[in-house]
Design a binder for this molecule. Structure first.
Ligand SMILES: [Zn+2]
Length: 217
């Protein structure tokens, strides 16, 4: 079972469902709650709880959103710093080789710069869409999020539908829809922010999932 689904059993609605169908939970909600307590506090654990067991989260949805916003803003600032440094480097370049290097530095920093901040920007919509993309509704239907399946002979093999990721593939068109932009605007303007944000979330949730899996093993 996907480790998030174990946590989801702690949600009151799921518990009723499990009992109603005479489910065979080999772990009690107390076991699962004890396991989540073994996962170190931090963004990873908060994301796990927010996605699977909101009652277990230390931070409210708004506070978690703020943490993710701060991470995006820190990255925005780092990219802006590189752009400013490249401009300074260009202003100070004296030799032809320095000037040549300055142009390359500036081009690269400009290409990596994220869109400007402001009320009409998509940063908040991206944070929301990323959480939606990581939630249970986007688990692979074939392997139920496990990344592997049992074949007819009983052997465990990687799930071909999701290539072992456990997640449904979400297309650029779907991502564009989630942030209310057309596909071209998404691809040209917002994809780097989206990919960075979901990359960060996957990076911190991975170890939290692993820790949880160890704790329930
Ligand atoms: Zn799959």
């Amino acid at each position: 079972m996907h480790v998030g689904k174990l946590l989801a059993r702690l949600n009151p609605s799921t518990q009723r469902y499990e009992q109603g169908r005479g489910g065979i939970p080999e772990l009690t909600p107390q076991d699962v709650a004890a396991a989540i307590a073994m996962v170190p506090e931090g963004l990873g654990r908060e994301l796990v709880c927010r996605l699977w067991w909101p009652d277990g989260a230390k931070l409210s949805a708004k506070e978690l959103d703020r943490l993710l916003m701060e991470a995006q803003l820190a990255e925005w600032r780092a990219r802006m710093d590189r752009l400013v440094n490249a401009q300074i480097f260009q202003a100070m370049a004296e030799t032809p080789s320095d000037r040549y290097r300055a142009v390359a530095k500036l081009d690269s920093a400009r290409a990596r710069m994220w869109p400007r901040l402001g009320p009409d920007s998509c940063y908040a919509a991206i944070r929301k869409a990323v959480l939606a993309e990581m939630s249970s509704s986007c688990l692979c239907q074939s392997c139920h999020g496990l990344g592997h399946v049992r074949d007819d002979a009983g052997l465990i093999t990687a799930c071909s539908a999701c290539e072992g990721s456990g997640k449904q593939k979400v297309s650029d068109r779907q991502r564009a829809q989630m942030i209310d932009r057309d596909k071209k605007t998404y691809s040209v303007v917002w994809a780097p922010v989206y990919e960075w944000t979901i990359g960060l979330c996957n990076e911190v949730i991975g170890p939290a999932h692993d820790r949880l899996r160890q704790a329930v093993a």
